[in-house]
Design a protein around this ligand. Structure first.
Ligand code: NAD
Ligand code: ZN
Length: 369
């Protein structure tokens, strides 16, 4: 039984939350009006970071652009956001027009994390690799606004912007990272292909399971996490499950609440393995989580059972027998990356996790994939 009393957590986090939220079908249209007052700041222009899927689509035409605004389409189909990408974008933009009034990030976890990281990095010196970690950025970044177009990661509300650098995949995590404003318009998610809808949505489901299965779990995390879990169940297992507009609303709220649940808890074993997979093979976060979670019945028996029902209901088949093609060196590297994520193991297994877990045990989990 989990201990829900918060005083058992030794040091309470002081969470920076999102300042403002608009929610509802069609709310994207309010973007112009929302950023208008901010346009007076700095050099009076906005940077729009937009997922490349929207190039040439309706949304591009609906961007409320003014003369000096810059639109950067980011291709997120292959790689997750990189430190070098952020550094280059920042330098290029600052050199051309100076400090912008703000950044708008439109897309999934990748585009939103790029917008978050960029907004922080506009105010820091040197490479973003110097700021991967907790509270390393010392100056307040520029205003930033997030508009998710695929639901599940919780990146819309988290205090971190996950970046892959030459040495590690780790977030810029500080109080300047969370968005000043969110526009949650579920209509924007209607074009998401089914496999991505499943994998990214499962990120939210897994966040809730991991958040609730560890020592940091508490009343705050439970309230958000239970709501998010129930919404995920309605979306993926309920009588009207599937990609309907009603479910698009539910999944968008679930994603937000799953993220808020985590803000006062932590991810666990699945995310530790998933980071290893993404680092070594570049596997996308949602898919990497699904591949990892699928072999974790020893750690999350109920969650994995339900996850398998969801896979079946939506006829999703995960890649099989991956480990057969992996070298021992690759498996060891993934296990080392996973082992290094001590905060996740500490949450999932307890403070004495090093007595309970060996590198070989992690390697065995990878070998089951
Ligand atoms: P993503 O942003 O990488 O996008 C996945 C794919 O979906 C892309 O091909 C994109 O073009 C497509 N897509 C997005 N919206 C679409 C739409 N409306 N219609 C059609 N296609 C659409 O995927 P994601 O799963 O949202 O994000 C993964 C990233 O988020 C990873 O980089 C991961 O590290 C990061 N992440 C961050 C946090 C955080 O707290 N900051 C949490 C979890 C994951
Ligand atoms: Zn995740």
């Amino acid at each position: 039984m989990n201990q829900l009393i918060t005083s058992k957590i030794q040091k309470m986090k002081n969470i920076k939350n999102i300042d403002k939220i608009v929610f509802g079908q069609g709310s994207f249209k309010q973007l112009d009006q929302i950023i208008e007052p901010v346009r007076q700041e700095n050099n009076q222009y906005f940077v729009f970071i937009v997922d490349d899927f929207f190039k040439g689509k309706e949304l591009e035409k609906d961007l409320p652009l003014k003369a000096k605004d810059i639109v950067k389409f980011v291709y997120t189909g292959k790689d997750e956001p990189k430190t070098s990408q952020i550094d280059n974008l920042r330098d290029e933009i600052l050199n051309s027009q100076g400090l912008p009034s703000g950044v708008v990030g439109i897309g999934g976890g990748s585009a939103m994390d790029i917008a978050k990281a960029l907004s922080v990095m506009f105010a820091q010196k040197g490479s973003s690799t110097l700021y991967q970690g907790l509270n390393l950025a010392k100056n307040k970044g520029v205003y930033h606004l997030g508009i998710p177009t695929i639901s599940g990661t919780g990146a819309e509300c988290s205090t971190t912007a996950v970046l892959t650098g030459p040495e590690k995949k780790l977030g810029i995590k500080c109080e300047y990272t969370p968005f000043n404003q969110l526009i949650l318009d579920p209509e924007l998610t209607k074009t998401v292909p089914k496999d991505k809808w499943f994998y990214t949505g499962m990120d939210c489901y897994i966040h809730c399971v991991e958040s609730s299965s560890g020592r940091l779990y508490n009343t705050f995390s439970k309230a958000y996490g239970d709501t998010a879990l129930n919404l995920c169940r309605e979306v993926y297992l309920g009588k009207s499950s599937g990609q309907t507009s009603e479910n698009a609303e539910k999944l968008m709220v679930a994603s937000l609440f799953g993220g808020l649940s985590l803000s006062y808890s932590e991810v666990g074993v699945c995310h530790a393995l998933s980071y290893g997979l993404s680092y070594v093979f570049g596997t996308r976060h949602g898919l990497a989580n699904c591949i990892s979670f699928n072999v974790l019945e020893d750690y999350y028996p109920q969650g994995v059972k339900e996850f398998k029902q969801m896979l079946e209901t939506h006829d999703i088949s995960l890649p099989k027998d991956l480990a057969q093609t992996w070298s021992d060196e690759q498996i060891t590297k993934m296990a080392e990356i996973a082992y290094a994520l001590s905060h996740m193991w500490d949450h999932a297994l307890g403070e004495n996790w090093k007595e309970l877990l060996t590198l070989d045990m992690i390697k065995d989990l990878f070998k089951r994939m």
